[in-house]
Ligand binder design. Sequence first.
Ligand code: HEM
Length: 140
Amino acid sequence: MNKATVTIAVFIVVAVGMLLIWRSSSLEVFTNPIETEEEVVVEEESNENSGGFAPMISEEELALHNSKDDCWVSYAGSVYDITDWVGKHPGGMEAIISVCGESTKFEEALNAQHGEDRAQMLPKVGQFIGTLGVIEGAQS
Ligand code: HEM
């Protein structure tokens, strides 16, 4: 075997090898198109996010719920619907109705009357419905 024959043989072996490697990697893409690692990770992340989602409620929206039949209050940035409990307040309905639809005013009234610890009862007497926030572009 002369030098030229050896060179051609080596070239053919390398070319065939490269062709086989290329074919097997492109086949993988076609035979397994759905569950790439990247897609699985994206799916897990979106599950986590949906668990922590809380609607944003503006001061204006909160203020609309200011009666005994529709009473929302906000404490430390959390908004609760306490409509079903307003008539059961041991201190009377009127005390609560005066602060339905309020955030700062409700906090001050609750803290002054009962102390801050009483706020821990809010998730029990009411239903958490969202987070108080400024909504960009909202008209005041
Ligand atoms: C949602 C939050 C509130 C809860 C869970 C709550 C709960 C209670 C409870 C259990 C009592 C019976 C007595 C006691 O344990 O202190 C009471 C009494 C009373 N509450 Fe509230 N309350 C709340 C908010 C308010 C607010 C905002 C006011 C005032 C605007 C108020 C005014 C009163 C008054 C005047 C009494 C009767 C006097 C007293 O016992 O202190 N409460 N409340």
